[in-house]
Ligand binder design. Sequence first.
Ligand SMILES: *Cc1c(COP(=O)(O)O)cnc(C)c1O
Length: 430
Amino acid sequence: MTDTAQYGFDTLQVHAGARPDPATGARQTPIYQTTAYVFRDADHAAALFNLQEVGYIYSRLTNPTVAVLQERIATLEGGAGAVCCSSGHAAQILALFPLMGPGRNVVASTRLYGGTVTQFSQTIKRFGWSAKFVDFDDLDAVKAAIDDDTRAIFCEALANPGGYITDLDAIAPIAEEAGLPLIVDNTSGTPYLCRPIDYGATLVVHSATKFLTGNGTVTGGAIVDSGTFDWSASGKFPSLSEPEPAYHGLKFHETFGPLAFTFHSIAVGLRDLGMTMNPQGAHYTLMGIETLSLRMQRHVENAVKVASWLETHPAVEAVTYAGLPSSPYHERVARICPKGAGALFTFALKAGYEACVKLVDSVELFSHVANLGDTRSLIIHSASTTHRQLTPEQLEAAGAAPNVVRLSIGIEDADDLIADLDQALAKATA
Ligand SMILES: *Cc1c(COP(=O)(O)O)cnc(C)c1O
């Protein structure tokens, strides 16, 4: 598929980036299970190594199966290019890598996936980077947190664990005015529900582990580059605007224009950090994306049904799902994710910690796992699992109070999911 502009989302999720295999005519994208590629001759090899010609050298950098997935994700997100990598967490490091340096910081939303909070508050310090966490509903606080060392603004579109939608319409102009790239984690939204680049995001990151693959088989990640950011305007992004010593002084922005970030992430990021996606993983994710819109429609439909039912249950204190009219973020659905508020949400029981533990032990159809975005419905009690090291105050701040349970609603029959929760709630509160 060459001209993608004329096609709708459902067509692009099946076809974008793919073409019949030039060697065999194979209609499905082959898994190119190879480490290296034969050079035509020494001149060809030299041109590839100098980035004068685009082609395949070694699968740590590029692979034809992974390349199809990159083009497909870039197309669905409306970006200029994309780079796939080994996990969602790898995507976050790769996204920050060309922007940051010792002493630099990222201004990040307080409402992030728990693993991202740990990566940003602890691990990136080892690189001399830091994160400043602020409430992204407080626009003045976001502006005030930006200083001369800030190199990126980071948030999730539909924030994990649920009920929160970032007002990208309000955040993107703040990043633009500050001359900083806005990075949006769109894992929970997927490009079917939300396209952050349409609102002004510079980069979109994904954990392909979740809804993109959709069935709990793969660990993978992606970074989509909008291609719209001027990396040379401020002098703040020398990795992209200044001569790169490892490529004979090549300047990425000057040479590759809107694909500067994408080329840098492959030629320097993957080359030297090595967080590569394997071709088998790319194949599974391509399979998953073929049905993305169909699955997301059902995920959302089921989430609305289950959340609405839970809200009326006498044992339930509260349900935080932006798809419910009772949510303070309900107004943002029509603006930011008009096809639905995703399939992740939390609910609180009137009874406390022990009842939640009994609940996760009593479900039969829901699986008690630390994952989300699966065809199967998943449940977790954060306070006794992923967040058990936190203090009561930290639990409250993370939206993971002792009586809160998180659901990731799958694509099963909604009536069966409700029946399962009904019997488990009866046991938990008996
Ligand atoms: C799971 C997740 C990540 C991390 O992705 P991995 O593939 O597990 O490394 C990052 N952000 C969000 C929103 C996630 O749900």
